[in-house]
Design a protein. Structure first.
Length: 414
């Protein structure tokens, strides 16, 4: 298969029927070379906004292991297509470039330089499709002294300032986050936002771009409030240095009588006054930001919250303009009335071919909850990563049945 030089003409999109509800990204075709992490979170978002996402994995036995993910991971592959290509084989690279001709976006998370060595870097992609957007998602970016470092969520939270701004653990060291904030927000949402902006900027006939998404820089942006304060003033910042970093009793968590917790965010004086009144701690109404008495206020608040169960306190305080909410774990939010009323948790059906040992025929999952996503509250069918859509995809890219059969027989495509 040969490539053609860049042209100002728009490349035709792969003629693929949409799986799932139609959304604002309907007609956008995304090739996803990632399996885990931020890039996979990015394409999950794009798919839930209506894009046609094709997961391109490695061929089994080709020297690159593609582990089978749990049936529920990344929303159970809902609405996604799958195929495997040996990108190290010239025929596999050429087959991938044929798919690129009809794609709008390619998302990858290899280390810097790998796509160029495989022959599918940005220059190679835009040689066949000048409008293609390449989104390269890495821990630290394509260049710089950390560019070649391996890492995971905790590493990016560490260098981006997030762990340094969070309440220390019991031993005084930085805590370990219970949620993959860097992967989901610093990387996945960062990449999805960049892709959507690039699609708008490209318009109907503009050129594509190469997006260099650094997860660590996404975390840096998430922590930019204290970082910017330090850069502007030189004053020390960190946990407890101001109201929203835990320095004051009005912005903290408290244990209730049943060992469950509430979060308090009564920053505004009127909300703090309401809280003091309902906790029978009105003596502190005028001392909200008095540094000398914060320990005493916390002690009185803690003693008050310890007198009743969490549900009782939430029922009393939450509707009364106190900025109080329950601290919910996964089991609690799964039955939470607010999320249920807005269709945030949906029923997911598992096709028979996906069911293995320990896999149910139905389960629940977080649905397409972000604003503008179609299908809120509607049941979904999870995908089957083991099922190949190679024939449909390669035929849509213009390959003849004989060419596809040859690629399969050579183990280049599966």
């Amino acid at each position: 298969m040969t490539t053609t030089p860049p042209s100002s003409a728009a490349a035709p999109s792969l003629p693929l029927a949409r799986r799932g509800p139609t959304g604002p990204l309907d007609g956008v075709v995304v090739l996803d070379l990632a399996t885990f992490g931020p890039a996979a979170r990015c394409t999950r978002l794009l798919a839930d906004y209506g894009a046609t996402v094709v997961k391109v994995g490695a061929v089994a036995g080709g020297g690159v292991a593609t582990p089978r993910t749990p049936y529920y991971l990344y929303s159970g592959s809902r609405h996604l297509r799958h195929l495997s290509i040996d990108l190290k084989a010239p025929a596999g690279r050429d087959a991938f470039l044929e798919l690129v001709r009809g794609a709008d976006v390619v998302v990858e998370s290899f280390r810097p330089g790998v796509v160029d060595r495989l022959g599918i870097g940005f220059e190679a992609l835009r040689a066949v499709n000048p409008r293609v957007i390449l989104c390269s998602t890495t821990g630290y970016g394509q260049d710089g002294p950390r560019a070649a470092w391996a890492g995971h969520d905790i590493n990016y939270l560490a260098v981006g300032g997030y762990l340094g701004a969070t309440e220390p653990a019991a031993d005084g060291g930085p805590p370990v986050s219970g949620a993959t904030v860097a992967d989901a927000a610093g990387g996945g949402m960062h990449a999805a936002l960049a892709v959507m902006a690039a699609l708008i900027g490209r318009g109907a006939d503009g050129p594509g771009v190469h997006l260099d998404v650094s997860i660590a820089e996404g975390v840096l942006w998430l922590t930019s409030l204290p970082v910017d304060e330090y850069l502007a003033t030189g004053a020390p910042v960190g946990f407890g240095h101001d109201v929203i970093s835990g320095g004051y009793a009005c912005y903290d968590t408290y244990r209730c009588a049943d060992d469950r917790w509430v979060a308090v965010g009564a920053i505004e004086p009127k909300f703090f006054a309401n809280l003091c009144r309902l906790l029978d701690c009105e003596q502190w109404t005028g001392s909200q930001l008095d540094d000398s008495v914060q320990g005493a206020i916390r002690a009185d608040f803690a003693a008050a919250f310890a007198t009743r169960d969490r549900a009782a306190w939430v029922d009393t305080l939450a509707p009364a303009d106190t900025c109080v909410s329950p601290v919910l774990d996964a089991a609690a939010l799964a039955v939470d009335a607010q999320f249920a009323s807005r269709g945030a948790i949906v029923e997911a059906a598992v096709p028979a071919g996906v069911r293995g040992e320990g896999v149910p025929d139905r389960f629940r999952q977080v649905g397409p909850v972000l604003a503008g996503m179609p299908g809120r509250g509607e049941p979904v069918e999870v995908g089957d990563p083991s099922r190949s859509d190679a024939d449909e995809l390669l035929e849509a890219a213009g390959l003849a049945a004989g060419e596809i059969a040859e690629l399969r027989s050579e183990g280049v495509v599966a």
